[in-house]
Design a protein around this ligand. Sequence first.
Ligand SMILES: [Zn+2]
Length: 210
Amino acid sequence: MKRIILFGAPGSGKGTQAEKIEREFSFRKISTGDLIRVEVQKKSVIGKKIEEFSSKGLLVPNEIIIEMVNNRVQSSDVKGGYVLDGFPRTLDQVKGLSIVPADEEVAVFLRVDEDTIVKRILSRVSCENCGNVFNTISQLPVRVNICDQCGAALTRRNDDTEEIIKKRIVVYREETLPVINFYRGKGNLHELDASLDINTVWSEIRGLLK
Ligand SMILES: [Zn+2]
């Protein structure tokens, strides 16, 4: 079973590439955000614990996240491999990951400069009604400011301002750079220039995984 870890700041195209890997290689994409949502919706034992932490404004503890990832990896539809999106974020989580099964591990860092990230995120618009996301540079809707899928108006997220995006990048760097350095030291980190267009980046990732 192959484990692929994708690193990249917000706006690096990490989510899009994770989806492409899932489609092409039939690996399962595992995002901790999704796992949390599912457990909370199911009102499972883990879900209830998570709600307790978030109601107190606390982060979900590492052990719970590792337990969820481990359970997910061992479910029957995850056979060939899995892609971790947004995880591990800290060195503690890297340590926790050692109990999660994998025969082979490939870490990919999608490197993008700050200007590109800001430009990409500022050009994102989404549908108020169905949540579809478009991009005024790279993924235009057929009609200006109108959702292709449902015809509702497209708007920009309020928290997508240059200042907030820059803050998010700083937080991301402080948190994740030690983890990226860890994988670099381990010798299995592939660094790609993710300021290139989505398809160019995708063909490089595909080459790494074949
Ligand atoms: Zn829509």
